[in-house]
Design a binder for this molecule. Sequence first.
Ligand SMILES: Nc1nc2c(c(=O)[nH]1)N[C@H]1C(S)=C(S)[C@@H](COP(=O)(O)O)O[C@H]1N2
Ligand SMILES: [Mo]
Length: 434
Amino acid sequence: MANQKQPERSFQELYRDDPERADALVWGRRGALQGAALAAMGTALGAAIPFARHMPGGLVPAALAQGATQPQLLQMEGKAPLIMQGERPLNAETPEHLLDDPITPADKFFIRNNGNVPDPVADPRAWKIRIDGEVNTPIELSIAELEQRFEVVTRRLQMECGGNGRSGFSPQAAGNQWGNGAISNAEWTGVRLRDVLRAAGVKDSAKFTGQHGADTHLSAQGPAISRGMRIEKAMDEDTLICFRMNGAAIPQMHGAPARLIVPGWPGSLSQKWFTRLEVLNAPHTGRGMGGTSYRIPVRPIVPGSRNNGADFVDMESMPVRSVLSSHAHGTRLPTGTRSLDIRGHAWAGDLSVRDVHVSTDFGQSWQAMQLDAPPNRHSWQRWQGRIALPSDGYYEIWYRATDSNGRMQPHVAANWNPQGYGANPISRVAILIG
Ligand SMILES: Nc1nc2c(c(=O)[nH]1)N[C@H]1C(S)=C(S)[C@@H](COP(=O)(O)O)O[C@H]1N2
Ligand SMILES: [Mo]
């Protein structure tokens, strides 16, 4: 163990400041946690570790790896205490245990801005949206006109930031260090983009879109973000021009009075303060397109290496992911607790989720959870189940979803890329009994 002559920092401090050294001290070279090392680890965690014999060599306990620093919390009227990611522009993610509602309420909806949030408009019904480019007849319609001319639909739709899970990458990738909380599943009301596109008359040359919104970049130079997608996704029945969220007006922060929702694909496509959609015959070149922006390698690159993204492809359907929403990370439960009802949500971009499994013994065994069918395509799915806890002590709940194609969340974030998209490793919540 630690050199007795030189006082060591506490394990928590050590894991925070120098995880490699902490690991070497705790695990030595044999990778089996036993004797004095096991006792020291137990002391650091404040409890015995009933499944210590199954702990993978070199594993940093979740309680020490994630819980070391207290995050700064958002303080804003109408908003829950979200985890701050940045103030200018304002970005905040939802802690997993606040994602328990089947329909994400406005106060718990994560915030992702690339520029300045515009001021509210006096007459939302008069807000105009223009469709032009590779169409027979460019059209410009107000929200009132859209509602009148086209079928109004309501769907539960996931909207997830393309960088959700980014903090899972090692070495660190550039951008907000999201955990799993840049995800929402609200009930959206609006008209189908495809109905409006058909009214304008989509030409054969129409292959891509370019989205535009009313917000400006922080420099006040040009738009905050302007992304685009393949025309097939624009024609999906769930791609909506929305003007209501959870039955109420869209909050200003989330794109009032109208925004696009492009469910299952990177959230950056879901243009807030939506003003215009260009139909294009070639990929859009707006801010947030090309290079390494929302693009991922086709062949893996060396983690941490430089790359201009020329060989990357645009990120489309988001990978499978799950959250555990019934218990916060680090929850302490009364002595003698021997079973626990847990639950959360799981989703997989354009796909659905086939299975959610949970392990309480460091991955030695996995238990299938009960999984609900989605209420509609592109909604997340509720999972729940009961786990047994054989004795008091320190546990980690590991949870892992599998999509309808059989792909499951990996143990470690894969396909590293400079701007950190697509990290969906298995998550771990620490629970202390006694
Ligand atoms: N006009 C505009 N639309 C935008 C953005 C933005 O900065 N400006 N951010 C995008 C990104 S990156 C995401 S993840 C979602 C976040 O939406 P939210 O803030 O409502 O959660 O909006 C997208 N639409
Ligand atoms: Mo995003």
